[in-house]
Design a protein around this ligand. Structure first.
Ligand code: SF4
Ligand code: SF4
Length: 339
């Protein structure tokens, strides 16, 4: 690892600056499927029909094309990725090539842990409220207990954090979610409610949202293990409440849907969803012919997977500590405890 990490750092630095002025994706997100065992009100994905999913061989073809385009981090999501019976084979292939992560609702985590733990560098378990509130938001009773059971089983085996989306329904539990994470001995990453068309009704009123952002920023300052950088909360506050936007760089994050098609400029706007499989496309060419500038001032979402890389700068020592060094230490701790 001591050999791998400096190489990874240099790669990241070059990518963030762009190669000779060319844009290249650093991170990729791939929805393995849309199907889910839960029915969150704010989520548009479980409502979509899964068509033919990619085979493991096609997943590998997708990974090879991502690698050629310069991707270093691959995150799997859904739907619920653990519903796929071949998820461990796909993760194993990804782990050979990328820093690999996954988002799960945790329901199947305890049962599937043994088959996936060796192939994940990081995992997010979604929890949006305490007890019955989480169950209500997820649309299935028992989902809170199952997620907690999964976290307890997986912590110490995989670096993980909770992932919580703040909406009008749960903004008043933002503090409780941080305390829950602390009690469980893990961190928590927040997504402040974003502007999915199906989610607009759930978007919190601006005052409620502001209250939650301020609470979280303060807790972050006090040293609670909140994964988002303090710059994340500053950017949301500046953009949504002070009229001072952040510059989105959606080109840093590449998205591929369950059919293997590119989703651009980001999966929120989803304005381009080509019909060619990603491995049949010259990604570098597509990337450098796309009008990314149009989206720089968008600021429509506060998704950390887009906002955090967009904000990252090597000139800010606290970001380097939080994003790189602390992440590395987490990784070392889990490696040491499982060795
Ligand atoms: S658990 Fe995730 S994928 Fe499933 S419905 Fe909820 S938000 Fe959507
Ligand atoms: S802010 Fe960026 S990632 Fe978010 S919706 Fe706009 S273009 Fe997409």
């Amino acid at each position: 690892m001591a050999v791998i990490r400096p190489v990874l750092w240099r790669t990241i630095e070059r990518k963030l600056k762009g190669f000779n002025g060319n844009k290249a994706p650093l991170i990729a997100g791939h929805k393995l499927l849309y199907r889910c065992n839960l029915e969150c009100k704010m989520c548009p994905f479980w409502r979509r029909k899964d068509e033919q999913l990619l085979t493991v061989e096609e997943e590998v073809k997708m990974m090879e094309s991502m690698k050629r385009a310069g991707v270093s981090f691959l995150g799997f999501e859904g739907g619920e990725p653990l519903l796929r019976n071949d998820v461990q084979d796909i993760l194993a292939e990804s782990h050979k090539r990328f820093h690999t992560s996954m988002v799960t609702n945790g329901w199947l985590l305890k049962n599937k842990l043994k088959s996936i733990e060796d192939y994940l560098d990081y995992m997010f378990v979604s929890i949006d409220g305490i007890g019955s509130l989480h169950d209500k938001m997820r649309g299935v009773s028992g989902s809170f207990d199952k997620a907690i059971e999964g976290v307890k089983a997986a912590r110490g085996h995989i670096s993980l954090s909770l992932s919580s989306t703040i909406t009008e329904e749960n903004y008043f539990q933002a503090k409780d979610l941080v305390l829950l994470a602390e009690k469980l001995g893990v961190g928590v990453n927040f997504q402040i409610a974003y502007n999915y068309s199906t989610a607009e009704k759930e978007s919190p009123g601006m005052d409620k949202l502001k209250e939650a952002v301020q609470t979280l920023a303060l807790m972050k300052e006090k040293g609670y293990k909140i994964v988002n950088s303090k710059e994340y909360f500053q950017a949301v506050t500046n953009s949504w409440f002070n009229g001072n936007g952040w510059k989105c760089k959606p080109w840093l994050t590449m998205n591929v849907d369950p059919l293997g098609n590119l989703v651009m400029p980001c999966y929120v706007l989803n304005e381009y969803n080509g019909s060619s499989k990603v491995w049949d496309v010259d990604i570098v060419k597509v990337w450098n012919n796309y009008n990314w500038e149009e989206y720089e001032s968008c600021n429509k979402c506060a998704l950390s997977c887009y906002l955090e890389p967009s904000l990252f700068t090597w000139k800010n020592p606290s970001m380097i500590k939080e994003r790189i060094i602390d992440g590395l230490m987490d990784y070392v701790r889990v490696e040491a405890s499982t060795a």
